[in-house]
Write a protein that binds this ligand. Structure first.
Ligand SMILES: NC(=O)c1ccc[n+]([C@@H]2O[C@H](COP(=O)([O-])OP(=O)(O)OC[C@H]3O[C@@H](n4cnc5c(N)ncnc54)[C@H](O)[C@@H]3O)[C@@H](O)[C@H]2O)c1
Ligand SMILES: O[C@H]1[C@H](O)[C@@H](O)[C@H](O)[C@@H](O)[C@H]1O
Length: 335
C-alpha cells in the first residue's frame, strides 16, 4: 500500500518532508498540502503532483488523504492534531506536539477516547545512529547506573521571530525528549539560568540559557542552549554512569589541511546534521501507518511529557527558581 499523505504547513521543514517523502523514502506520496501562504504551498509541491488545498481542515477531511503531517508553527500544532484524531487519521506532528500542557492534555484525552494510537511526534533524534548507540549502551548497563548528563544544543543563528520561551519550547524540547528516552525516566523539576546575553542576538532574546533538569530517579542533566553561537549547528551529549561514560560521536567529515591548520567542517543546520535520522524516522512512520497505526515511535504521551517540562522551564525562565514539572502518571494506554 502507498500511504497518501496530506501536509499542513510548507515552510522550511514542511518542504523538506515533502521532498523526503517524494524522493528519499518509499511507500508514501504527498497528495495534498496547505499553508496560510498559498504560494509557498504551491512552490513546495511543484513537480510532485500534489494539489494545494485551502486549509488544514480540508487536508484532513480529503478522502484520498490516509495520513497527515503537521509542520506548521508550534502553537498551531494542537488544533491540527486534534482534527486529525477526530477524523481517525494517523498524524505525524513535528515537535513540539503543543506549546502548553493543557493543549497536550486535550490530545491525550482525544486519542484515548478514539481508542487506538494515531499520533507520532517528530523527535527524530531517537532515530539518529549516535543516539541509538548511546541508548543501547545505557540500557544494557554498559556504564552502570546513570548519574549525570551534559548536553549542548547550539544553532548558528535564529530569526527575529524566535523568542526567549522558544529556547525551551522549540530547542531544548529535543534534549528533554532524548533524556527521558535515554534514561528511561521522567523529568521532575527544572531550573533555567541566564548568563550574560551574547551581543549577537536580537534585543528581545535571552541567549544563551542554561537549563538544569532533575530526573524523578535523582539523576541530573545540564543543558546549554545557545542559538546565536555563530560558528555552526552543534549537538553534544554525554551520559555519566557509576561505571563509565558514553558520549555522542563526532560527526564524520573530511579533514582539510591548509595554511598551517587541520580542520573538519561543522554542520550549519539540522537538515545536514540529522538528514539520516529524518529519513529513518519517516521510513518507520510510513511502514507503521501502512501496517495499521503508529505504535513504536515517540507518541502523544512523549509529546505531553515534553510539554509539561517546557511549561515548567518557561515558568523558571521568568522566576529564576526551581520549578516542579508536576508530571502525572502515564496512562496504561501509553504503557
Ligand atoms: N525536528 C526538527 O529538528 C525540526 C526542525 C525544524 C523545524 N521543526 C519544527 O517544525 C515546525 C515548523 O518549523 P519551520 O522551521 O519549518 O518553520 P517555518 O516558519 O519555516 O514554516 C512554518 C510554516 O507553517 C505555516 N503555517 C503556520 N500556521 C499554519 C496553519 N495554521 N495552517 C497552515 N500553515 C500554517 C507558515 O505559513 C509557514 O510556512 C516547528 O514546530 C519547528 O519546531 C522541527
Ligand atoms: O526548530 C528547530 C529545530 O528543532 C532544530 O533541530 C533546533 O536545533 C532549533 O533550535 C529549532 O529552532
Amino acid at each position: 500500500m502507498t500511504v497518501k499523505v496530506g501536509v499542513i504547513g510548507t515552510g522550511w521543514i514542511g518542504a523538506e518532508h515533502i521532498r523526503r517523502i517524494t524522493t528519499s523514502i518509499g511507500g508514501a506520496e504527498v497528495v495534498a498540502a496547505t499553508d496560510i501562504d498559498a504560494d509557498r504551498a504551491a512552490r513546495a509541491v511543484e513537480g510532485t503532483g500534489a494539489r494545494v488545498l485551502a486549509d488544514g481542515t480540508e487536508v484532513i477531511a480529503a478522502d484520498d488523504v490516509d495520513a497527515v503531517v503537521v509542520t506548521s508553527w508550534g502553537p498551531a500544532h494542537a488544533e491540527s492534531v486534534l482534527a486529525a484524531i477526530a477524523e481517525g487519521k494517523p498524524v505525524f506532528c513535528e515537535k513540539p506536539l503543543a506549546t502548553t500542557a493543557e493543549d497536550a492534555q486535550r490530545i491525550l484525552d482525544a486519542e484515548q477516547r478514539h481508542g487506538s494510537r494515531l499520533v507520532q511526534v517528530g523527535f527524530m533524534r531517537r532515530f539518529d545512529a549516535g543516539y541509538v548507540q548511546m541508548k543501547e549502551v545505557v540500557s544494557s548497563g554498559g556504564i552502570g547506573a546513570p548519574l549525570m548528563a551534559h548536553c549542548v544544543h547550539r544553532n548558528p543563528t535564529v530569526p527575529e521571530t524566535y523568542h526567549s520561551e522558544m529556547a525551551a519550547q522549540d530547542t531544548a524540547v529535543h534534549e528533554i525528549d532524548v533524556m527521558r528516552w535515554l534514561l528511561d525516566d521522567e523529568i521532575s523539576a527544572v531550573q533555567v539560568i541566564t548568563p550574560r546575553p551574547t551581543g549577537n542576538r536580537f534585543e528581545h532574546l535571552r541567549d544563551p540559557q542554561f537549563m538544569l533538569f532533575e530526573m524523578a530517579g535523582g539523576a541530573r542533566v545540564d543543558l546549554e542552549v545557545f542559538v546565536n553561537c555563530r560558528y555552526g549547528y552543534e549537538i553534544g551529549c554525554e551520559v555519566v554512569g557509576e561505571e563509565g561514560t558514553v558520549r555522542l560521536p563526532e560527526i564524520p567529515g573530511v579533514v582539510v589541511r591548509n595554511s598551517g591548520h587541520r580542520s573538519t567542517p561543522v554542520p550549519q543546520d539540522w537538515t545536514t546534521r540529522f538528514a539520516a535520522a529524518f529519513d529513518a524516522e519517516f521510513e518507520a512512520w510510513v511502514r507503521e501507518v501502512a501496517a495499521g497505526t503508529p505504535t513504536t515511535g515517540p507518541n502523544a504521551w512523549d509529546g505531553y511529557a515534553a510539554t509539561v517540562v517546557t511549561d515548567a522551564a518557561v515558568r523558571s525562565l521568568h522566576s529564576g527558581g526551581v520549578v516542579e514539572t508536576g508530571i502525572k502518571d502515564r496512562p496504561a494506554f501509553y504503557a
